[in-house]
Ligand binder design. Structure first.
Ligand SMILES: NC(=O)c1ccc[n+]([C@@H]2O[C@H](COP(=O)([O-])OP(=O)(O)OC[C@H]3O[C@@H](n4cnc5c(N)ncnc54)[C@H](O)[C@@H]3O)[C@@H](O)[C@H]2O)c1
Length: 282
């Protein structure tokens, strides 16, 4: 496949997506708003490739070639020649609306517009562009270079061409695509977040310690990581915001966020990224 891929946003997910495509030989244009975001994103890609080389999953000699496949830019119009653009910018509807309206004006009429959003309705995103049938969800998992799954989300408006293009693209990356209808949380977060939230409730109610709750799920259910440790990895603010979205969308009390989760976020204990969450990381 000799397609040119655009990636919007060079943060955690955007740089992982750019790395994954470049590693498979795709030409990638990586766009962000500031040079510093791009420098940081490219440094993270380089560090990730070096980690993979150390584990002998790629050859050290190939790193420069992979990096050369990625063209960083702050100019949105540089995405004009792309066949598929994947938006992986900050999870904020106002920011995404501005990006999609801008993309609509610069990309080719046959360019597929995908979003990596975790929680914003694809049907809503599609309503921001003049050809909504070309919008589709492409939900990668973190860290993108190692995680096997891509959730493909069909908005109400998604056309077969856009859907099939991202399905085939996911396969070309060596990933496993799973198709999901557009609905809050899709399948991944609809199942995962209530489990994490329930684990927080068991801690909140003093049923067991954080370590013991995680041990129950690891040894009893064969999960590779316990739900509280996983929440710390994802970020407690992200977990809380997804629970709030599920609650607002379905208006079902089973999605109410655990008060302990909300309190930890209020205290700035966001998990690994802040050094403290359900566990301490110092
Ligand atoms: N972090 C995860 O585990 C995860 C997993 C799956 C999906 N997602 C989704 O991926 C998306 C990105 O998340 P992230 O964790 O990489 O965020 P992040 O904060 O690490 O990165 C976001 C990047 O977007 C850039 N950006 C902001 N406005 C922009 C604009 N107008 N144009 C171009 N770039 C812009 C920022 O400068 C930043 O570099 C979100 O929609 C999120 O819901 C995240």
């Amino acid at each position: 496949m000799s397609q040119k891929i655009g990636v919007v946003g060079a943060g955690t997910m955007g740089n992982g997506i750019a790395q994954t495509f470049a590693s498979k030989g795709f030409e990638v244009v990586l766009q962000d708003v500031t040079d510093s975001a791009l420098v940081k994103g490219m440094a993270q890609i380089q560090a990730s490739l070096q980690r993979l080389a150390k584990k002998e999953l790629i050859q050290e000699a190939n790193i420069a070639g992979i990096l050369a496949h990625i063209r960083p830019t702050t100019v949105q119009a540089d995405l004009a020649g792309c066949d598929v653009v994947i938006e992986a910018a900050t999870e904020n509807p106002a920011i995404k609306e501005q990006i999609f309206r801008g993309l609509d004006a610069v990309v080719r009429p046959d360019c597929v517009l995908a979003s990596n959003t975790s929680s914003i309705s694809l049907t809503r995103i599609a309503s921001w562009v003049s050809k909504p049938e070309r919008v589709v969800g492409m939900h990668f998992m973190n860290p993108v270079p190692v995680m096997q799954l891509v959730e493909i989300i069909r908005a109400l408006q998604t056309g077969d061409e856009a859907y099939q293009a991202v399905f085939r693209l996911s396969e070309a990356l060596g990933k496993t695509p799973v198709t999901v209808k557009d609905s809050a949380g899709f399948v991944s977060n609809r199942v995962l977040m209530p489990m994490i939230n329930e684990a927080a409730f068991t801690l909140h109610e003093g049923l067991a310690s954080a370590e013991d709750i995680d041990t129950v799920m690891k040894l009893g259910m064969n999960h590779p990581i316990g739900p509280l440790a996983l929440a710390d990895l994802i970020g407690l603010d992200t977990c809380l915001s997804i629970m709030d979205i599920l609650h607002a969308e379905f208006r079902d009390s089973k999605y109410r966020a655990c008060p302990l989760l909300a309190q930890l976020v209020q205290a700035g204990h966001l998990g690994r990224k802040s050094g403290k969450g359900f566990y301490r990381y110092d």
